[in-house]
Design a binder for this molecule. Structure first.
Ligand SMILES: *Cc1c(COP(=O)(O)O)cnc(C)c1O
Length: 381
């Protein structure tokens, strides 16, 4: 019944954990779900108010413009300028997205012919792989390993592969490893993209979720970056707005035009009232962002200290709301945690072959629940 493009999708490796979790739920177990990459904190009230006001205005009830309303694109440009010192032309260098997943899922349609190579990290956000497959591209995985600080080794890409590469996905601060990239890494990316004629797609969904005084850069701060690529960003993680579906692609105008041509044919833009709310988020007070980071930071400290006292060798992340724990067989570890302690963690192998050996804990549950999870893990030993 289904087209080959569905049967060609990789097996959904989280299915076993999902099924075990559903069974646990039916049995009435008190589950602590540290699997979800979705903030448990609410959207800031001033943003919700802006949506309510905009929803009442009939001017916002029509088809939105494809590229996003001027006020939204100007707010994105203002935010990039204040936050990163990157100056964007709102008319040509900003495109509204229905969340950054929208951009990541559709960008290969615009640039990848059947058989072209797409370079993407493993472990990595699963949509890099599936969007490549939908465009009939060939995925070449860039292993992220402890020894390299979870940065891909671009010199290790075989010349014949680099020659056929059309797109390169990068993602720092990184999901799932929580690694951050030094600025020198972005210089290497620009040099690689120039040498091989590759379009760079930087996924910067976690730039605002940071700790210990760390400040994450934008890829577009790098000399030459706008010549070779774009950045996908989103309000989802920064302002606890995952359900609202709004993000932005910024950078190279030709790349954005290609992505925009695909999107014009598959969606009709983001609800104007949601764009108005996004303007309030990007242009309003930013103390809500720092407050959310302090909440995650406390959880991080409790989880990392607790895991270390249980004997695990785990790094404290400087960004993202994930802790990437080395455990051996990731599926067996996650299954045991769920079965014997009713704790959900995400097996690393589900993010790609090179995620094997790790599980990902998300800091998206209250600190008391993290303490409870640790005491259950202690009892497991
Ligand atoms: C959450 C996430 C996204 C997408 O989020 P949107 O809600 O679609 O903006 C993109 N990339 C990574 C790595 C993520 O974790």
């Amino acid at each position: 019944m289904y087209a080959d493009r569905l049967s060609n999708l990789p097996p959904y490796l989280f299915a076993r954990i999902d099924a075990m979790k559903a069974e646990k739920e039916r049995s009435g177990a008190d589950i602590i779900d540290l699997g979800v990459g979705d903030p448990d904190l609410p959207t800031p009230p001033h943003v919700v108010e802006a949506l309510c006001a905009a929803a009442r205005d009939p001017a916002n009830h029509h088809y939105p413009s494809y590229a996003g309303m001027d006020a939204f694109r100007e707010a994105v440009a203002g935010w990039y300028s204040r936050r990163f010192g990157v100056n964007l032309d709102p008319a040509r260098e900003v495109l509204a997205l229905m969340g950054s997943k929208d951009g990541i899922a559709h960008v290969p349609e615009a640039f990848v012919n059947p058989g072209d190579v797409v370079l993407a990290p493993s472990p990595g956000y699963p949509v890099y792989r599936t969007s490549t497959l939908f465009a009939e591209g060939e995925l070449h995985e860039l292993p992220l390993e402890t020894g390299n600080g979870f940065l891909p080794d671009l010199d290790a890409v075989p010349a014949a592969v680099a020659e056929r590469a059309k797109l390169l996905f990068i993602n720092y601060p990184n999901n799932p490893t929580s690694a951050v990239a030094p600025r020198s890494f972005y210089d290497e990316v620009v040099a690689f993209a120039r040498e091989h004629g590759v379009v760079v797609v930087s996924d910067n969904a976690y730039s605002e979720i940071v700790y210990d005084g760390y400040s994450a850069p934008s890829f577009l701060e790098t000399d030459g970056a706008t010549e070779v690529g774009v950045e996908m960003h989103s309000l989802s993680k920064t302002y606890n707005m995952t359900g609202w579906r709004i993000g932005m692609a910024v950078g190279n105008p030709e790349v954005l035009a290609g992505l925009g041509r695909v999107k014009t044919n598959v969606d009709s833009g983001v609800f104007d009232a949601v764009q108005r709310a996004a303007v309030a988020a990007l242009s309003g007070p930013q103390d809500c962002v720092a407050a959310a980071c302090r909440v995650y930071e406390e959880r991080r400290d409790v989880l990392v200290r607790g895991l270390r006292s249980l004997g695990y060798d785990v790094a404290a992340p400087r960004a993202t709301f994930y802790v990437w724990l080395p455990v051996g067989d990731s599926m067996a570890f996650a299954a045991r945690l769920l079965d014997e302690a009713s704790i959900v963690a995400t097996p690393g192998v589900g993010f790609g072959a090179h995620g094997e050996g790790f599980v990902r804990f998300a800091l998206t549950r209250p600190v008391e629940r993290i303490r409870e999870a640790l005491s259950r893990m202690e009892a497991l030993r």
